[in-house]
Each structure stands twice: as C-alpha cells, then as structure tokens.
Design a protein around this ligand. Structure first.
Ligand code: C2O
Ligand code: CU
Length: 456
C-alpha cells in the first residue's frame, strides 16, 4: 500500500558494483545481536568530550566474508553517546577516509556551524570539533554523514550511530535502564557474492541489519525492556510487528509522548525513531518473540530467558508536550522528482537543491505551519520529510489518516504519494542556514533538499 516503486537515482548504475549473485546470509538466528557500547567521555570542565575517528574498515556481516565499510570508531556498530540535557558535548571527529565527509546530529537543536551543512565538510586527514549544547529534552537522536551529494552513500557504508540525550525528569520515571535499555539500529543492505555492500537499486536492498547483523537473536530476561528503534536505512520504510509480546510506545523522535500508547505494528520511515517498552515478563520463559517486517520477514528474534526481578515501571502519564505557540505564517513545500532527463532530479517546490541558495527566510522565534506535499502521487513514489534545527508537531494529514507514528515531537515524517502533511514548528534558538529535505537520502542527494535561513 505504501508503494515500492523507486526511480533509479544516481546511485544505480554508476556506483553500484553490480556483481552477479549475492552472498549467502547466515542461517537465521545463529548470531547474537550486539548492543552498541556506550562511549565514556573525558570530563573537560563543564562539558563531556569524545573522540571518534571516521575510518574505512571491514565488518564480518556474512559468514566467512569481510565487508568493506566506513565506521565511526573501530567497529561497524558505532558506539553510543549518552548525553545529558543541559550539559554540552564536544565530539572530535577525525576524518581518516580518503574523501570529505561531515557529521549531522539528526534531531539535534544545534548552532548552524555544528549542524553538518552539506558544504561544511571535514577534509581527509583533518579533524573537526562538533559541540552540541543538549538544551533539549531527553530523546533518541542519531548522527550520520551529510556531505553534499554523498549523504546516502556514506551513511549506507556505515556512518550511522546513536546519540541519546537523558534528562532528570525522564530518569525519575522508573523506566528500564542500563542493560534493559537497548538501542537497535535497523538499516537496509544489499551484498554481492564477495560480501561487498552494493549501493544501487533500492528495491534490491532487501536484507535488514539489526545492529549490524542479519537476523540475529537477542537473549532477554522475562521482564520489561526499553527498546529504542531507529530506521537508519538510506531510504524506505520498515513495517514492524512483534509477534507474541505487547509493544507499548513511549517516545517518538523528540522524546517521551504525553502517555504510553499500546501498538500492534509500527511504520518507520528513514530517519524516524520509536521507543518501546516491551514486557517480556508477559511471555513464557523459553519462548521466542519475532520482530518482523511483513514484506522482508523476521528481522530479529528475542529469546526469552528466566523471570528476574524487575522494579522498572511505565507510568500512566509521562509529561505534557510543550504548548504550541500560535502560528503566524504558512508555507507550502512540495517534494517531487523530475524524470524528464537522463538522471532523476529531486525537487523541492520545483527546484533542485542549491547549497548556496536560501529558499525560506524565517525570523527567529516565529511559529509556522508547513503544508508538506508528496507531489509524486501519480507515480506512486514515497517520500518523507525531515527538518533540521527544530522538532515539529504533525497537525493533520490530507489524503491519509493520521498515524500513531505522527504523535509527539517529530523531526521526520512519512509522506505517502499524493498526500499532504501539515506540520507546525517554532524556529527558535539559533540563527543561520539549515536544511529540510526528503530523508530518503538518495532523493536528497539528487536534489530533494532545500535550505532555510533563520534571521534575527
Ligand atoms: Cu538525518 Cu538532514 O538528516
Ligand atoms: Cu523522497
């Protein structure tokens, strides 16, 4: 129903190593899903400092094969930064690749110079400090490459990782923590027979990696877990069900919902996060619970172990969302493709991205409503929409019902073909140039991106 059609963007044909055949996946559920390790900061006065090299490497993803990847740190599964509201973080990223790249903190409320503008890149061999103020609520963010026209390919090669902000209010709620708070990065992949990642036709990217593994298992105790899901796929949608255990959604992109929401299935587009509490204590010890995507099959199996003590809880209410200030301006944004030339060109309001052009000028502090339309209804292409700098609220949808995934503070939202999503945002805090774009990164890389400038 979501439409699986895709124009072949620049990636297809030119960059794809279209070797015949594909490598054998491991037998299902033979590998344990790793959990990304938490990076320890160097405490530096009032801030936490981290150092992360961006480097070429290899990963063992398929049996007996080494897959060339790009990594944040030594491993394909990037470490997690756990930041705290009100305490700034500086990450020194060293670019050890032989090409430029940069880092965007997706969902971060950060100064423009720290946002990873597509032209603001780290040269090969150079280092760059990114300082994040963390003046926002507890939320699950992530970082990835945003280098001009390379965002999709770099991220696909492995430049994706979690960045989690915690705050005292959330910490006081009694939700599962520590080993019972598990980030899971989901992404798409296609491999050739030698185990190389193929960056070509998105429709052929049918393998799903959960924390870097194909159909892993993950042992859990029979108790509650907080599970932070991220769709870090270069493009596309995961539709997820959890067979055998109840899912309770507690948070979306920008942190806690006002109250927990029971879910039976999730639709997550590229860039989105959903946080769940799953009570495996409701399952029989020894049973197995599958996280599956109906079209792709099982993604991950939870193996339920013995009942253990569990003093975590899910309160009936979390906290209200910030009040929506009155909107004083309305804008229209149309995402579409121009397929008339030899290569597809992505458009926002009829124009491909120009990193030197400002598309919208917005006075700081203004609250606006944007009508974001997928203009490719006739062709059935899916898009989604991501705004830098600020979280928005989804007000309504025309041509499609609101979904539970629209709830809360959002920075990325699915726009099915031919529909319009109305979002409201306040452009607060920082001045300068920020991107908004389709988060199907190959669409963004061929032009489906635009730029706003926040002015005094
Ligand atoms: Cu996650 Cu501008 O991107
Ligand atoms: Cu798109």
């Amino acid at each position: 129903a979501l439409g699986e059609r895709e124009p072949a963007t620049a990636a297809a044909g030119t960059k794809g190593v279209a070797t015949a055949g594909s490598a054998a996946a491991p037998a299902p559920f033979t590998e344990r899903m790793p959990v990304p390790r938490v990076l320890e900061p160097e405490r530096d006065g009032g801030l936490d400092r981290y150092r992360i090299p961006i480097r070429p490497g290899t990963a063992q993803i398929l049996p007996g094969l080494q897959t060339p990847v790009y990594t944040y740190g030594p491993d394909f599964l990037a470490p997690v930064i756990r930041a705290r509201t009100g305490r700034p973080v500086t990450v020194t990223f060293a670019n050890l690749l032989d090409e430029v790249t940069n880092v965007h903190l997706h969902g971060g409320h950060v100064p423009a110079g720290m946002d990873g503008h597509p032209l603001d890149v780290i040269q090969p061999g150079a280092k760059r400090d990114y300082t994040y103020p963390n003046g926002q609520r507890a939320s699950t963010l992530w970082f990835h490459s945003h280098a001009h026209m390379m965002e999709g390919e770099h991220t696909y090669k492995g430049l994706h990782g979690f960045y989690i902000i915690e705050d005292p209010v959330e910490r006081g709620m009694g939700l599962p923590t520590g080993d019972y708070d598990v980030p899971i990065l989901l992404r798409d992949a296609q491999f050739d027979a030698a185990g190389n990642l193929v960056f070509g036709n998105p429709a052929l990217r049918t393998t799903v990696l959960a924390n870097g593994k194909v159909q892993p298992y993950f042992p859990v105790e029979a108790r509650k877990y907080r599970i932070r899901l991220l769709n870090a796929a270069v493009e596309g949608v995961f539709q997820l069900t959890l067979d055998g255990a109840p899912m309770v959604q507690i948070a979306s992109d920008g942190g806690l919902l006002p109250a927990p929401v029971p879910r039976t299935d999730l639709t997550m587009c590229s860039g989105e996060r959903v946080e769940l509490v799953v009570d495996f204590g409701r399952c029989e010890p020894g049973s197995q619970v599958l996280l599956s995507d109906p079209t792709r099959g099982p993604v991950l199996r939870f193996d339920v172990g013995p009942r253990t003590g569990d003093d975590s809880r899910v309160p009936d209410r979390f906290r209200p969302l910030p009040v929506l200030p009155r909107a004083t301006n309305t804008r229209d944004v149309v995402l579409s493709f121009d397929l008339s030339g030899p290569q597809p060109v992505g458009l926002v309001n009829g124009r491909p991205y120009d990193p030197n052009r400002v598309d919208f000028v917005i006075r700081r502090g203004t609250t606006e409503i944007w009508n974001v339309t997928n203009g490719d209804g006739a062709m059935g292409f899916l898009h989604d929409f991501h705004m830098h700098l600020t979280m928005f609220r989804v007000l309504d949808r025309t041509g499609a019902p609101m979904t539970p995934n629209d709830a809360g503070l959002k920075d990325t939202v699915l726009i099915p073909p031919g529909t319009t999503v109305r979002v409201q945002a306040t452009f607060d805090g920082f001045l300068g140039r920020y991107a908004y774009h389709c988060h199907f990164m190959e669409h963004a890389d061929v032009g489906m991106m635009a730029q706003m400038e926040i002015v005094p």
